[in-house]
Ligand binder design. Structure first.
Ligand SMILES: [Zn+2]
Length: 220
């Protein structure tokens, strides 16, 4: 179900023309370990993840910017102090699966258990209850969002079907979820892993995208 578009004038609170959401997926070693299981070169590169997370927390503090950290459950258990540091700095903590396995290769029961385990770990570590879910590598299926409703979550971020958030309600007996549209073109992996661009070029691509979305009242 897609919400009717209220038009740009009423879409955002008074005084705001667009929305920019900064989301940081903390995969630890588990993203690459599932994606390229026997390739120690790529898995070893993820050893920088804790230092990188510290660096991002510091950049966000410098800029006075709040972000959403989508934490892989096992990575949160590996670095609980970083989860607490992110919460203490006012950032949102969201779910990003237990160990970054693709949900479209799991049964609905396995997905449910994976989400519950991740939710319980993040709740125990952070003292907060996450309300959002970004599926690992955006590999969701028909069951994923119904299960997110079942778990009482408020938002998901998996499907790039537009330039503004919209409501979905796969289970009509449960409250709707907000779907925030992601894009591989807004993702650093596209520019710094799939290919390698100078940061200035990636910045220019993202700045131009944001300029258009600002004119149109969109979200990035
Ligand atoms: Zn990830």
């Amino acid at each position: 179900m897609v919400d009717s578009d209220p038009g740009t004038a009423e879409r955002w609170p008074p005084g705001y023309r667009c929305a920019l959401s900064v989301t940081i997926d903390v995969d630890g070693r588990y993203g690459e370990a599932n994606f390229r299981p026997d390739d120690m070169f790529w898995i070893s590169q993820t050893a920088y993840d804790p230092r990188g997370t510290e660096r991002l927390l510091s950049v966000l503090a410098d800029r006075g910017t709040k972000a959403t950290f989508c934490w892989v459950g096992r990575a949160a258990e590996d670095q609980p102090l970083q989860v607490r540091a992110a919460v203490a700095a006012g950032h949102e903590i969201a779910l990003h699966s237990w160990d970054h396995r693709p949900y479209n290769r799991m049964t609905p029961d396995e997905q449910r258990a994976d989400m519950q385990r991740s939710l319980q770990a993040l709740r125990r570590i952070s003292g907060m209850t996450p309300v959002g879910h970004k599926t690992a590598s955006w590999r969701y299926d028909d069951a994923t969002h119904r299960l997110a409703q079942e778990l009482g979550l408020l938002w998901v971020m998996d499907e790039p079907a537009g330039d503004v958030p919209y409501l979905i309600q796969p289970d009509t007996a449960l409250p709707s979820l907000v779907q925030f549209p992601p894009s591989r073109w807004f993702d650093d992996y596209t520019f710094f892993v799939d290919t390698v661009l100078p940061p200035q070029q990636a910045f220019e691509i993202w700045r131009d995208d944001l300029d258009v979305l600002r004119d149109e009242g969109g979200m990035m």
